[in-house]
Design a protein around this ligand. Structure first.
Ligand code: ATP
Ligand code: MG
Length: 136
């Protein structure tokens, strides 16, 4: 992964953009030496979150970055949109809850698949989701 490319805002406006973000996250996970199982978990979570950005948020962007806490390294991915936001976050994080036609497992599943998971959102105020996977 080219670090400059990764840090750049990756637009999420089309299905093809979701594929590109997924590929970039995969490259970052490989470069950070995440075990294959953790690469797959992070890529799966990122794919779900990118799709949410597109479908529910009306599009936005992602940033992929390598992070370190002094002892270990990892990969962090940020998703940002300026869509309707999420009024009831507990409800949105419940397995099976959906306002669309999906399974309602994207958000809750992403939280389980990653080490750190944070959402900032409010009704009318867009959504920012950050996920991190650390190398062990
Ligand atoms: N970026 C977002 N902006 C606004 N609402 C969102 C966003 N992401 C998730 N939500 C809300 O949270 C709900 C749950 O999201 P989740 O990803 O779990 O399910 P889904 O996208 O509906 O279905 P699935 O991901 O299983 O195909 C969504 O139906 C939507 O109402
Ligand atoms: Mg979803």
């Amino acid at each position: 992964m080219n670090p400059v490319e990764a840090m750049t805002r990756q637009p999420i406006a089309t299905d093809q953009d979701v594929v590109r973000v997924r590929q970039l996250v995969r490259s970052a996970a490989v470069a950070a030496n995440l075990p294959l199982i953790d690469q797959t978990k992070l890529v799966t979570a990122a794919s779900e979150l990118a799709r949410n950005t597109l479908v529910h948020g009306g599009g936005g962007y992602a940033c992929v970055e390598r992070v370190s806490n002094g002892r270990k390294i990892g990969v962090r991915v940020l998703f940002v949109d300026e869509g309707p936001g999420i009024a009831d976050l507990d409800q949105a994080l419940t397995d099976g809850y959906t306002t669309g036609s999906g399974l309602g497992l994207g958000l809750s599943g992403s939280r389980r698949l990653c080490d750190d998971f944070a959402i900032e959102t409010a009704a009318g105020d867009g959504t920012r989701v950050t996920v991190t996977k650390w190398a062990r």
